[in-house]
Design a binder for this molecule. Structure first.
Ligand code: AMP
Length: 215
């Protein structure tokens, strides 16, 4: 199944995507993760992306769209994928439609994670990620069993630079209108399902299962 997760930062789409992708045995493709990995490895892509991630701005479409196309052409994505964090702009959505056409495939589900911005600011401030495997936690809503340590791999939990308050505000500002444009775009295509992301992880998971199972 070819799935896109839309939503502002902090809606929990990454956490849900990771789990659903595991269940469906398809890759979870998160553009933010690809950029962060490229930056930590010091690749050309990482060098191009770093200043945008540091400031909470969007990496230019010509860099992002090419990267996504390459990723979707890899073998493990042949039987489906969950795209998380892409598209983030209308030109990216149009580019994705073209990529799908070229690959002779179709997007089947677009899931929009909706939540009030006050909730997102709180969630992002409490978010911690494993510095080794990238698993995401929240200090109150989804804490690890041992403070500061990843349950999965024992790695150290850190706060992402761009989850600090000044950058969070900018990230929400940058993404707000663009996300709404994408919602309108996919609504017109009749593919959009909106879920209430201002709920517990379990409740969101139930809504997501229904969204994915519906015809
Ligand atoms: P995320 O982990 O999804 O919050 O993304 C972190 C950062 O990566 C964003 O603030 C952007 O700088 C960059 N990024 C991720 N996805 C995209 C995208 N589709 N287009 C442009 N920039 C992106």
């Amino acid at each position: 199944m070819n799935i896109v997760f839309l939503g502002l930062p902090g809606t929990g789409k990454g956490t849900q995507a990771e789990e659903l992708a595991g269940e469906l045995r398809i890759p979870h493709i998160a553009t933010g993760d690809i950029f962060r990995q490229a930056i930590s490895q010091g690749t050309d892509l990482g060098k191009k992306a770093k200043k945008f991630l540091d400031s909470g701005e969007l990496v230019p479409d010509e860099v992002t769209c090419g990267m996504v196309k390459e990723r979707l052409m890899q073998e493990d994505a042949a039987s489906g994928f969950i795209l998380d964090g892409f598209p983030r702009t209308l030109p990216q959505a149009e580019a994705l439609d073209r990529i799908m056409d070229e690959l002779n495939r179709e997007l089947e589900k677009i899931v929009f994670f909706s939540a009030p911005e006050e909730v997102l600011v709180m969630r992002l401030a409490g978010r911690r990620v494993c510095s080794e495997c990238g698993t995401t936690y929240h200090i109150e809503h989804n804490p690890p069993s041992q403070e500061g340590i990843c349950d999965k791999c024992g790695g150290k939990l850190i706060q992402r630079e761009d989850d600090r308050e000044e950058t969070v505000v900018r990230r929400l500002q940058v993404n707000r209108d663009k996300t709404q444009q994408l919602v309108n775009y996919y609504e017109k295509q009749g593919k959009l399902t909106t879920i209430d992301a201002d709920r517990s992880l379990e409740e969101v998971k139930i809504q997501l299962k229904e969204a994915v199972a519906s015809p």
